[in-house]
Design a binder for this molecule. Structure first.
Ligand code: IPM
Ligand code: MN
Length: 373
């Protein structure tokens, strides 16, 4: 038996997680395990009711689980950033989920905007660092009257740019990216292990030509890690160039490892080349702790409760979750179930079909239970 925590969250979150649970339960029936679900009431509704984002009780409760199944967070009644930082990022940080695993794979039957590419060409994984870089939240914003800090910046600005920031009315904001040796090593090692078990190629993404302190360290660590994996071919790619290669030669990638913020950006591009955000899952992984699996799209509040949201990214995230729990056959069947429903045209409106959210979940669950995939 597996015990899994579930957080539906906001907007379409609860609906799509409900479909994911159905499909995972069906996979359990078929492959001989059962799932005990524990739901957590975390999200905008509770925040608006009680002011609570993530409580000590939530954290200690969730820490009892190896896996969390997560829907989406974000609500039009709450200022952008509050729920994202206070819930989603807080979970990733608190549980030290240092790997953000995002497969970029074009399933059979899915349209990609890349005209000449097929499923053989688009099949790689992005390993995004998930706890450091520009996500650490160090920075501030201040006016000229805060003399002491301004002194530092005045010097910097006049030396580097010849700018005069004398006036008290001047306002400055800054935010710092942090990369540590240990933080890079653990995620880069993870990426090497994945590459070693796949087609043995690892691409490192950075911007070491400009942000040379943080990504200079990242590169040093990458080189050191590569010594432990002599069979894995490696390359460095600047983030601007990598966006070009994702579009031009996606077949050249096997595993891509990237600092946090660039990983955020390039995986939205990845989502598009694999058929859109409706088909893009992610896993926030702490190999020795509590991991969390989610669609990478948001809560789409305007579709809440209409029964038309596409549950496929969430169901696919469920496949990643099962894989993480060691249920590899079941994980594979879930992915095959998604593929079969696409080939059969059982898809939601965003993918050109007319099925509802629950139709898709029911259909995939049945296919799996009936051993038709
Ligand atoms: C993602 C999202 C989050 C991120 C936001 C909602 C905080 O864009 O999971 O990619 O930036 O990581
Ligand atoms: Mn993102």
């Amino acid at each position: 038996m597996h015990r899994i925590a579930a957080i539906g969250g906001d907007g379409i979150g609860p609906e799509i997680v409900a479909e994911g649970k159905k499909v995972l339960d069906a996979a359990g029936d078929r492959f001989g395990f059962s799932i005990e679900w524990t739901d957590f009431d975390i999200g905008a509704e509770r925040f608006l009711r009680s002011g609570e984002l993530l409580t000590e009780g939530d954290l200690s409760g969730l820490s009892q689980f190896k896996a969390i199944y997560f829907g989406a967070i974000g609500d039009e009644r709450v200022k952008p950033g509050i729920l994202e930082k206070g819930i989603l990022l807080a979970l990733r940080f608190n549980f030290d989920q240092y790997v953000n695993l995002r497969p970029i794979r074009l399933l059979n039957g899915v349209q990609t905007p890349l005209a000449s590419k097929s499923p053989e060409d688009i099949d790689f994984i992005v390993v995004r660092e998930n706890t450091e870089d520009f996500y650490v939240g160090i920075g501030s914003r201040f006016h000229g009257r805060e003399r002491k800090v301004l002194e530092v910046f005045r010097e910097l600005y006049s030396v580097k740019f010849g700018l005069d920031v004398e006036s008290d009315a001047e306002e400055i904001a800054y935010q710092i990216g942090v990369v540590t040796r240990e933080g890079s090593r653990r995620v880069i090692d993870y990426a090497f292990e994945r590459a070693n078990a796949r087609r043995k190629k690892l691409t490192s993404v950075d911007k070491a030509n400009v942000l040379s302190e943080v990504y200079g360290l990242w590169r040093d660590v990458f080189r050191e890690c590569s010594a432990g994996f002599p069979d894995v071919a490696t390359e460095f790619s600047y983030v601007d160039a990598v966006t070009m290669w994702f579009v031009k030669n996606p077949e050249s990638f096997d595993v891509v490892v990237t600092p946090n913020m660039f990983g955020d950006i390039i995986t939205d591009l990845g989502a598009m080349i694999q058929g859109g955000l409706g088909l893009a899952p992610g896993g926030n992984i702490n190999p020795r702790g509590t991991s969390m699996f989610e669609p990478i799209h948001g809560s789409a509040p305007k579709y809440r409760g209409l029964g038309i949201a596409n549950p496929m990214a969430t169901i696919w995230a469920g496949s990643l979750l099962l894989d993480h729990l060691g249920e590899h056959e079941a994980a594979d069947a879930v992915l095959k179930g998604i593929e079969a429903s696409i080939l059969d045209g059982v898809v939601t409106k965003d993918m050109g079909g007319c099925s509802g959210t629950a139709d898709v979940g029911d259909w995939i669950a049945r296919k799996i239970r009936d051993k038709e995939v």
